[in-house]
Design a protein around this ligand. Structure first.
Ligand SMILES: [Zn+2]
Length: 463
């Protein structure tokens, strides 16, 4: 009896597995007979253990095991069939027979044509309603529209999908071919403006404006003369968006010059953003390389935009609107980056402005030795007011009325240093500081120089 029972169970199990396998991977109809046979065997073996067992508990257990096994196997089959058809329970039976017909059709070359016809009909039906899923919030693209087409066994799904998308694309192409150029251009996305013609400035500046941006511990100076603009240095990293916004708000799309005085991070940190966001006519950099991420990022941005930076010869003069500037330094190559700073003197009408970069005493000495005219009304103090810069001789040669120090409040270098502040104070120079006063702006009509704020009176060195 045990042998019979075990044999029946094994046989039924094997038949069930075979039926399930055929249903999932092959023909649904081929899989049904083994499953029915398995169910019959299980049913036929039901009575024997009933009678042989005396214990009601054992009888009950056996009964439950056999019946629940059948139920579980039925559920497993259902899951397998649903998995194969990829549809809802209500549709599985219908889908199973659609699959059956398609499978038998694919084995017959004559019906292959019918199968593709069916796909075309499917596409045409879909095309009658160009937005079949809009009501469901799915959208109206071809890909998503196809998702609303059930009753397709998954093995055929992609074939039909390709037919559908191909047909959809043809329809779209035909529709577009019937449009005029004007109608077509109105459908195209707006392209970002490129090229020289697109990047004209509209600064609204009639004379000269100089903006010493508050960028923390670093330099970034915007010079505008009429509609022409120049940026001297590009601040530390993470100021790119700020600079971009500042320039854009002032109608600047194009820089005639970008001067990166030297490759320290507090001067070129955000240069990559400026280079990538603005059209630039000329980029000036000293012939000095640094092995830093910031420097490499800057060079990479220059390469990407096709810029070839150059170091103009000292004594060269360049126009900026009605103003012009002369390059004073670097004259001789130095070991450290600060003393390779590009130093320029800008002249507008009767007024002049000297931008010292981070030049320290050695570079100042070489500038003095060149015997150029250093006199200026405004001095952008070298190296953020460090004691290593602004030697007495250099300051005396410039003899400015105003001085501007660009540095960050509480910076780690304690800029500006007390000794520099003392020199400026003793010379009676009016001092403006970005760490205390934020962004400092100068307007100049060629004679009068006007600041946006009163001079700093603190004479407080960096803490
Ligand atoms: Zn610096």
């Amino acid at each position: 009896m045990k042998l019979t029972k075990t044999f029946c169970l094994i046989l039924a199990g094997l038949l069930w597995v075979l039926g399930l396998y055929l249903c999932i991977t092959g023909s649904f109809r081929a899989g049904i007979p083994p499953i029915i046979a398995a169910m019959l065997i299980m049913s036929a073996s039901r009575k024997t253990p009933h009678k042989s067992e005396k214990s009601y508990v054992k009888k009950g257990l056996w009964y439950v095991v056999r019946n629940y096994t059948v139920i579980l196997l039925c559920l497993a089959s259902l899951v397998g069939i649903l998995y194969r058809n990829g549809s809802t329970p209500a549709e599985w039976l219908k889908n199973a027979f659609v699959k059956e017909e398609s499978t038998s059709a694919s084995s017959n070359p004559a019906v292959d044509h019918g199968s593709s016809t069916e796909s075309i009909q499917l596409s045409e039906e879909t095309q009658k309603d160009p937005t079949p899923n809009t009501a469901n919030g799915i959208g109206d693209s071809g890909t998503e529209a196809n998702l609303s087409l059930p009753h397709i066994p998954w093995k055929e799904y992609w074939d039909r999908y390709e037919d559908f998308t191909e047909s959809y694309a043809k329809q779209q192409k035909q529709a577009l071919e019937g449009l005029s150029d004007t109608e077509l251009s109105s459908l195209l996305p707006v392209q970002p403006e490129t090229g020289n013609e697109a990047a004209e400035n509209d600064t609204g500046v009639s004379g000269l404006e100089i903006h010493f941006l508050d960028v923390g511990q670093g330099d970034c100076t915007l010079v505008m003369c009429g509609n022409e603009a120049m940026l001297i240095d590009a601040a530390p990293d993470n100021n790119g968006t700020k600079i971009q916004s500042y320039l854009t708000k002032r109608g600047i799309h194009k820089l005639r010059y970008l001067i990166l005085t030297h490759p320290d991070a507090d001067h070129i940190g955000s240069a990559d953003v400026v280079i990538s966001k603005f059209q630039i006519d000329q980029v000036f950099m000293p012939d000095y390389e640094k092995d830093t991420y910031t420097y490499r990022d800057t060079i990479k941005a220059l390469d990407t935009q096709g810029h070839k930076p150059c170091m103009p010869q000292p004594g060269s003069r360049f126009p900026l609107g009605d103003a012009s500037f002369i390059v004073l330094a670097p004259i001789t190559p130095a070991e450290d980056p600060n003393n390779n700073s590009i130093v320029i003197k800008l002249t507008y009408g009767e007024r002049s402005f000297l931008f010292s970069g981070d030049a320290e005493e050695p570079e100042e000495t070489s500038i003095l030795a060149s015997e150029c005219d250093l006199s200026a009304d405004v001095l952008k103090v070298g190296h953020h007011g460090s004691k290593t810069s602004t030697s007495q001789d250099y300051l005396s040669a410039i003899d400015p009325t105003y001085a501007v120090i660009s540095c960050g409040a509480g910076n780690e270098y304690h800029h500006p240093h007390g000794s520099t502040l003392n020199k400026l104070r003793e010379a009676g120079i009016q001092l403006f500081r970005t760490d205390e006063q934020g962004t400092i702006t100068i307007t100049c009509d060629g004679e009068t120089i006007t600041f946006n704020c009163a001079p700093s009176e603190t004479w407080q060195s960096g803490s």
